[in-house]
Ligand binder design. Structure first.
Ligand code: F6P
Length: 324
């Protein structure tokens, strides 16, 4: 890989933090140094671009931080960047500091921001998918998803211990915004009795059918994605309607799913996509996200990425099989 034209890259993390972001920063710094390119890391996502708040990134410093969750650059959901005024200030920052290319690590909001920015700024932008939700088209997995699922599994396993001891019904709510990926993966791998996700219309019917005949001789675990259209509290009251005797508890796993050391998969994904983002720039690519599809690096234009990642047919069949 040889990059001749680009001399100075800006990079930032944006939206919800996700484990593996630091590994991607390390890989970007490493690959850039090999090509004699300077890398500046903007703090707090688009906010740092607007305010000109950045620091030099060196692979020597970052290699010690690969194992850390969160993002050392900090992150934000910037309201100011949604306004043209904010984007003009960001453009000024790039011009003043002679930044030739931008790499953004984030989710769909981040890439929508870059699409809007591309209307007034013509330097190349490359995105790296970073969100625990796994809700982006153009990649099989996003950075942080695997770690979040592992955290969810660890906690659901613990809940099973107490649920089995008391013969209780437990609803465990997992994150994912409008996506059921964390729900499906954590529910299937913990032997949940029911999994409710936003993408499925039949899951509540299946659950109520099952719980109606539940005899309190065992635990009954239900994983509900936070974006499910019925919602955790309503699911609980529907269960009580069909089986008033159940001893029911609710646990919302919440932000523990966002933190913690990245899994091996997320670290490798960060390293691979970090290097791939440099390769894409070297090939003159712009306004696209690097992702892994069938374990190969692919570039997908931002306007296609922001369409929700569909639940694969095979996963839907698994959900159906294990929900009955
Ligand atoms: O997008 C990641 C995520 O953790 C979602 O799963 C969740 O709905 C959302 O972020 C919470 O966002 P915030 O921390 O901004 O409230």
């Amino acid at each position: 890989m040889k990059i001749t034209k680009i001399k100075h890259i800006g990079v930032f993390t944006s939206g919800g933090d996700s484990p593996g972001m630091n590994a991607a920063l390390y890989a970007i710094a490493k690959a850039s140094e090999k090509n004699g390119i300077k890398v500046s890391g903007f703090r707090k996502g688009y906010e740092g671009l607007i305010d000109g708040d950045f620091l030099p990134l060196k692979s020597h410093d970052l290699q010690k931080l690969v194992h850390l969750g969160g993002t050392i650059l900090k992150t934000a959901r910037s309201k100011r960047f949604m306004e043209l005024e904010g984007r003009k200030k960001a453009l000024q920052t790039l011009r003043t500091n002679k930044i030739d290319a931008l790499i953004a690590i984030g989710g769909d909001g981040t890439f929508k921001g870059l699409l809007a920015f591309s209307e007034i700024c013509d330097i190349p932008f490359i995105g790296i998918p970073g969100t625990i939700d796994n809700d982006l088209a153009g990649t099989d997995y996003t950075l942080g998803f695997d770690s979040a699922v592992n955290t969810a599994i660890e906690n659901i396993d613990k809940i099973r211990d107490t649920a089995e001891s008391h013969n209780r019904v437990f609803i465990v709510e997992v994150m994912g915004r409008d996506s059921g990926y964390i729900g499906i993966h954590s529910g299937l791998t913990t032997g949940a009795d029911a999994i409710l996700i936003p993408e499925s219309g039949k899951d509540l019917i299946n659950l109520l059918e099952k719980v109606k005949n539940y005899d309190s001789e065992d635990a009954f675990l239900i994983v509900v994605s936070e974006g499910d259209e019925i919602g955790t509290d309503l699911v609980a009251s529907k269960i009580k309607e069909v089986n008033p005797n159940v001893d029911l508890r609710i646990t919302r796993l919440g932000y523990v799913q966002r933190g913690g050391n990245p899994s091996a998969l997320d670290r490798m994904l960060g390293i691979r996509l970090g290097v791939a983002s440099l390769k894409a720039l070297s090939e003159g690519k712009k306004n696209a996200m690097v992702g892994l599809l069938n374990n190969q690096v692919y570039l997908t234009p931002f306007n296609q990425v922001v369409k929700q990642h569909q639940i694969k047919d095979e996963l839907n069949r698994l959900l159906e099989l294990f929900s009955k």
